[in-house]
Design a protein around this ligand. Sequence first.
Ligand code: URA
Length: 434
Amino acid sequence: MRMTDLIEKKRDGGELTTAEIRWMIEGYTKGDIPDYQMSAMCMAIYFRDMTERETYDLTMAMLDSGDRIDLSGVEGVKADKHSTGGVGDKTSLLLCPMLAACGVKMAKLSGRGLGHTGGTIDKLESFAGFSTSMSMETFLRSVNENGFAIAGQTGQLVPADKKLYALRDVTGTVPSMPLIVGSILSKKFAAGADIIVLDVKCGSGAFMQTEEDAFGLARLLVEVGRHAGKKVVAVVTDMDEPLGNAVGNALEVKEALAALKGEYAGDLLELCMTLGGEILLSGGIAPDEASARAMLQEAIDSGAALSRFERFVAAQGGDPAAVRDTSLLPRAPVVIEASSRRAGYVRHIDAHGVGIVSMHLGGGRATKEDDIDLSVGVVLKKKVGDHVALGESLGTIHAASEEAAGEAVMLLRGCFELTEEPVHRAPFIKGVVR
Ligand code: URA
């Protein structure tokens, strides 16, 4: 086979065979196919698309490029969750303990963040001593004993995605549906769970900007999952503003803990109720949606989810006292309010822009080697639909210096779009594809 022929075939709208896709992914992973040829292929796929069968073959070829985690030693319903990416997304910190308290097992692999804010691992390192590097044996034992554990991703899991994602990132080919499906599902299949819920973001801050595209991606994810014998559910959610109110590592941990303590109600909790409900239904743990929600609410009200989180932090070497007393988490020396220069109703909050504010404060990384400041970030005081009076705070800035705080105030103001007319807030959950 020759890569040139495959590129031309796809460029002209042809359908690649199973053997061709496998040969291409194997060759690219091994380094036999150079980046420039794979870039051309990604662009051809971006414009010409792939059929469902090609997308399935791509996913399975990527899955076979590396190791898989064997969860056969974990008892019970094994679930996993993934989000197509969001600013302020601390869902796993809340969802894992809530589900663990309902009897679900989650063996979660997470990464560090590159860009606006930290990833789940960075956020968890807000607990002094917390570690995500452990042997596979310890990881699986923790999952069995406490219901969930979160480990760093290993190098051997889907190496094809590591190379391909880095290439797509610099060639304008990230927002291609078959490439997104291959990337997400190969990683989820390699992680071994039977039930996978996916949060597909839709809106100005997401890969999929229209509802039509977001539902198209959701359907493709579910179909390819079904083909592979997995239960995949995709929830399409709005991303016209950051998720929850906090953006920044320790600040997000604090918000997740507030939710686990029953002190928070908003889009973040609604998302966890929906994603968690789908897992309880798919796993046969709850008979219907109402009972699933009741079980998840009880996990919070009884304190069971919070206890699970406390045990999880202790099991991975972190200071569990900070779970109950959040003043022990990293705290920024400068805390100021970003007052509004106008009055009006919030029509839109640029989620990406808020992420950039947090990054400027030192909460995100520009390169993999950068250190991040866990204490800094933004806590929004206003969300879409809220009224803002002149001089009222749009959000609280947590910064390392007065100077950084002053710049962040200006940047945050620029993220808010205000209007004189009252704003009707669109439903946060746009739909579920099962
Ligand atoms: N998330 C992923 O893991 N891969 C993509 O391609 C897009 C979002």
